[in-house]
Design a protein around this ligand. Structure first.
Ligand code: GLA
Length: 733
């Protein structure tokens, strides 16, 4: 049983194979957080946890709790499980609402709870799920504010095997009056200490999700987005790790929001060295009118603790996401290596050119061709036609169908690019519906990449997207879709929302987006969808729920990709990362790296090519067949196996990744160096996670290595040339 309840003391113990999470209620029925960390066995002494070492309130501490012993305490000094404004806890609250009289004081107390096997879906929002009710247990605790009639239903699920806990809540307005929710974070979580480092993944277009690590200090530290998308600037992920935490040791607490819009995620250290972690919808520019009888659901936060280092935290996220976040039928299937024409042609192509690329690619063993931007409306550059999802016959006289048939005749699948959330001011759609874009009446409509964003808070706009994309998908044998989104929102407003509801815009957009994604992906269950946002500008669990992979970055430079993929792997598995080989000099940074380096950097991801194969020299082209063959043979090790980050790009000249297959029999080590060093020393790379006492055969030369040697002595790597890269493959004997 994953949830153990001490009814008498109102203690709730969420126990997984390796972790425990415990909350309880103090006398006055407010929820306190008691523990999260390595698994505790269920013993009767848990009620000791309730004896919180109270700080005697001093000046400036409001007092509104009295213990059984008669001690007067301030909630400001207690670890709170659900924090609100309107009591003596004056830290950043999880929930904040304005009531009819204008006041913002809430007081929620325990009303009841229920436990059930499995996990319920969240209304309108993506979330982790179970395939069998025995995999997880869920707990719902109802708190009510008797004065307003508003209830909060705290929702917890513990995935025993995945060592994951998810949290969210539903706010139900059971009172008589409308309330305005001004802040609805998904969770706050209090730690009784502050000696943590924060790790997060930040960047910008072309350098998304570089891992950052810095110590917490008194005050606030957070990442956030007000861009209308989770964004490539920050990611809705962070971890608090012990000062001594490394990939293999120490304690790590990871938080990741299953949401694709504006978020805030961070931690505050209070005057008494306690830390409040928080994550949820960004309260900036957010408010929600909740009518009597209605409810509001917060997005889910996935919380992973590892007492075995940062690497194990990542692996726990990866296992959960591979198996119980992605819904696509492709989640367990190896996907074909693809070729995409974007960097090969940009907008300048016709049917002959496309077919010639596909023909050559097919000779290299590639089985999927993806036609990128420029096939619709009259789009010869990025200044027009978004929204006009009908084929440009000047470029493709036989239509998408005709081209698709030619690609299929080569024995290849056909994929197509869309950017359905956008509208070009120069388009038929804009002529017909100038008010369908996000805008504020009488104000400038600011362009980004010459385009505006459609207003997905509107049902008519969502319906148009669903109909127009479905019509194209139904018109030909399209087996793959790249769903792009190339700008952030500015000058935000909706023509259909009145003044009281404009604060709901960003969240309504995301709800509209999820509705659209749900409708299109479920109407086409056999299509493989890849999400994209100018590369990795919206790489988050919300998108992965609908689309099992994301184009990781527009930057395909091998060295940049090592860092981008590393930061991404903090919580997202390699099977979710689109990764392609492109030409040199690289189009984003002009760097020249060997074909083998580009191939081996992209190899663990969802692999492909983004170049004009007809222009490759024979030497490079011959490597395509080898790389595709390797990918087809070993892709499942990268995609279904466990990742061990042996050396990270920010640690020095060498990056080393190890993947252990799901059945534990195959081990692949990828070694990369950034710079050659004349007369370089031999570096030894120690492997991790091997079976004690086992012997492994190196498949390339038959050498036998013991697990002990591999993990304690390591394997040699000489970095005498620039961009040296090696792959070692072992089979357990
Ligand atoms: C974005 C994508 C690219 C490409 C272009 C097309 O930048 O990330 O891969 O599809 O759009 O305009």
């Amino acid at each position: 049983m994953a949830i153990i309840i001490d009814e008498k003391n109102k203690l709730f113990h969420l126990q997984s194979e390796k972790t425990s999470y415990i909350l309880g209620f103090l006398k006055e029925d407010f929820p306190v957080h008691l523990y999260w960390g390595n698994r505790l066995e269920a013993t009767p002494d848990f009620n000791q946890l309730l004896i919180v070492p109270y700080r005697w309130p001093r000046s400036f501490s409001a007092v509104d709790a009295i213990t059984d012993e008669g001690d007067r305490v301030s909630r400001d000094n207690l670890p709170i499980e659900f924090s609100t404004f309107g009591n003596s806890d004056l830290r950043m609250p999880c929930f904040h609402a304005r009531y009819k009289d204008g006041s913002t004081v809430s007081r929620f107390s325990y009303k009841g709870h229920k436990v059930y096997n499995g996990k319920k879906p969240l209304e309108g929002l993506p979330a982790t799920y179970v395939e069998d009710d025995s995999e997880a247990q869920s707990l719902e605790i109802t708190l009510t504010d008797d004065l307003t009639g508003v209830s909060i239903i705290l929702q917890y699920t513990v995935f025993e095997k995945y060592n994951a806990i998810t949290r969210s809540y539903r706010c139900e307005n059971n009172g008589n009056d409308r309330i305005t929710i001004e802040r609805a974070l998904s969770a706050t979580l209090d730690f009784k200490k502050c000696d943590f480092d924060m790790i997060q993944a930040s960047g910008a277009w072309g350098r998304e999700r570089y891992a950052q690590r810095a110590p917490l200090m008194k005050g606030d530290m957070n990442v956030w987005s007000a861009r209308g998308a989770s964004s490539g600037v920050h990611n809705p992920f962070f971890a608090l790790v012990s000062k001594d935490a490394t990939e293999t040791n120490g304690s790590a607490y990871g938080f990741n929001l299953v949401y694709s819009g504006n978020f805030i995620a961070g931690a505050t250290v209070d005057p008494y060295n306690a830390t409040r972690a928080y994550i949820g919808i960004n309260p900036f520019n957010f408010s929600w009118q909740l009518e009597a009888g209605k409810s509001f659901q917060t997005p889910e936060v996935v919380m992973i603790h590892s007492g075995e280092g940062i690497g194990e935290m990542s692996r726990r996220f990866h296992r959960l996401y591979r198996n119980r976040l992605v819904t696509s039928k492709y989640k367990n299937e190896e996907r074909s290596a693809l070729i995409n024409n974007w960097e090969a042609t940009y907008f300048d192509f016709n049917e002959d050119k496309i077919v010639s690329i596909a023909q050559k690619a097919q000779k290299g063993g590639i089985k999927l061709f993806v036609l990128d931007d420029g096939w619709f409306g009259k789009r010869d550059d990025d200044t027009s036609s978004l929204g006009d999802w009908f084929v440009d016959k000047a470029k493709l006289p036989n239509g998408i169908d005709g081209l698709c048939n030619k690609i299929n005749a080569l024995g290849m699948k056909f994929g197509l690019w869309f950017e359905p959330e956008m509208i070009s001011p120069v388009s038929k759609l804009y002529e017909a519906h100038p008010d369908w874009c996000i805008h504020v009446k009488d104000r400038e409509r600011t362009l980004s990449r010459n385009q505006l964003t459609l207003d997905l808070s509107r049902d008519d706009v969502c319906d148009y997207i669903i109909e127009s994309v479905n019509a194209v998908l139904d018109s030909a044998n399209i087996e793959y879709v790249k769903w792009d989104m190339n700008r952030n929102m500015s000058n935000v407003g909706s023509a259909l929302l009145d003044s009281e509801h404009q604060g709901e815009f960003y969240h309504r957009y995301i709800l509209g987006l999820y509705k659209v994604l749900g409708a299109i992906t479920s109407a086409h269950p056999n299509v493989l969808f890849e999400s994209c946002s100018g590369g990795g500008g919206r790489f988050d669990p919300g998108m992965l729920y609908y689309m099992p992979q994301t184009w990781t970055s527009d930057n395909t430079d091998a060295l940049a990709r090592l860092s981008i993929q590393h930061g991404t792997s903090l919580c997202y598995p390699y099977c979710t990362m689109g990764a392609h080989v492109s030409v040199v000099p690289n189009h984003q940074v002009q760097r020249v790296t060997p074909f083998s380096m580009r191939g081996n950097v992209a190899m663990p991801g969802q692999f492909g090519y983004e170049l004009d194969v007809t222009k490759l020299n024979e030497e490079d082209f011959s490597q395509i067949r080898e790389q595709v063959g390797f990918y087809e043979k070993y892709g499942s090790v990268f995609h279904r196996g466990d990742l061990f980050r042996l050396k990270n790009p920010e640690d020095g000249n060498i990056t080393a990744l190890e993947f252990i297959s799901e059945d534990k029999n195959t081990v692949i080590v990828m070694l990369y160096s950034m710079q050659g060093l004349a007369n370089s020393p031999v570096e030894y790379i120690n492997l991790q996670g091997l079976e004690k006492g086992a012997v492994y055969k190196k498949t390339q030369n038959g050498e036998m290595w013991s697990a002990d040697t591999l993990m304690n002595v390591g394997i040699p790597f000489l970095t005498d040339f620039d961009y040296k890269n090696k792959v070692w493959i072992f089979e357990k004997q």
